[in-house]
Design a protein around this ligand. Sequence first.
Ligand SMILES: NC(=O)c1ccc[n+]([C@@H]2O[C@H](COP(=O)([O-])OP(=O)(O)OC[C@H]3O[C@@H](n4cnc5c(N)ncnc54)[C@H](O)[C@@H]3O)[C@@H](O)[C@H]2O)c1
Length: 263
Amino acid sequence: MSETARPFAGFEGRLALITGGGSGIGLATAKRLIDEGATVVVADLDASAGERAAAIGASFVQLDVGDPDAWAAAVQDVTEEHGGLDVAYLNAGIMTQPASERGITKIDLVNLPLEDYRRVMSVNVDGVVFGIQAVLPAIAERGGGAIVATSSLAGLLAYPTDSVYAGTKAFVIGVVRSMARILAKQNITINAVCPGGVITNIIGPPGTAERMAERGADLMDPAAIAEGVVQAITSGESGQAWMCQSGRDPERYAFGKVPGIED
Ligand SMILES: NC(=O)c1ccc[n+]([C@@H]2O[C@H](COP(=O)([O-])OP(=O)(O)OC[C@H]3O[C@@H](n4cnc5c(N)ncnc54)[C@H](O)[C@@H]3O)[C@@H](O)[C@H]2O)c1
């Protein structure tokens, strides 16, 4: 389903909150939205992200996206300090287990330790649900705005490397598609971005990208995903999954039809 809302009126004078904004895709998107004229608040679990946010002219709030009380406090702080909220980019995410020195390793779902399972669900699933719950009233209060959440190509494809991670990313797409029509009534769009491989800390420590490239991986700069986020927001469309792949412009995924059901 493709829902459309009132065209997005531009980033100038808008307030954007970006989770996981202290690194990688979130940090690149923070930079891009500032360049577009937005005021940006970076929200990250990692306290050292505050310095990186300041270096690009963003504010910082420390937040564990898996904690609903922390979400409520963060949104209250942001709206009190900046007078409102227009855009939320729910981007914080982790793999089920950290990447090794050689890069992302295969995760064995069958023997997955409970704490690893709980951790990835807390960030990738709870972080999106609690995030939507927390930001919606503030965005609605402004008469509308945009929510984007980071999924992955792993949410659209089979990803045997980390099937639990893939499940969390498919969850994001299901939520976005299902919320689009509901949020259109409040003039709020909601979309997912689905990156392929991007050179960030999630894939492993410094040098990992080079080693993966030697093995044939075609990895993107995080700025390419920031472009996908901007297109998702400015398109005015909702309920879409914007694929970001190396060498291609961001493009919407064509969801299939269920036989016998008009959507
Ligand atoms: N890099 C890739 O190849 C790739 C591909 C597809 C999707 N993604 C997704 O992109 C998103 C951003 O990841 P990235 O690649 O920029 O990795 P990254 O590790 O550079 O950034 C992730 C950020 O999230 C923060 N974070 C982790 N747990 C948190 C929590 N509980 N609360 C708040 N912040 C938390 C980290 O501190 C970090 O700053 C993730 O959702 C990831 O799954 C990444």
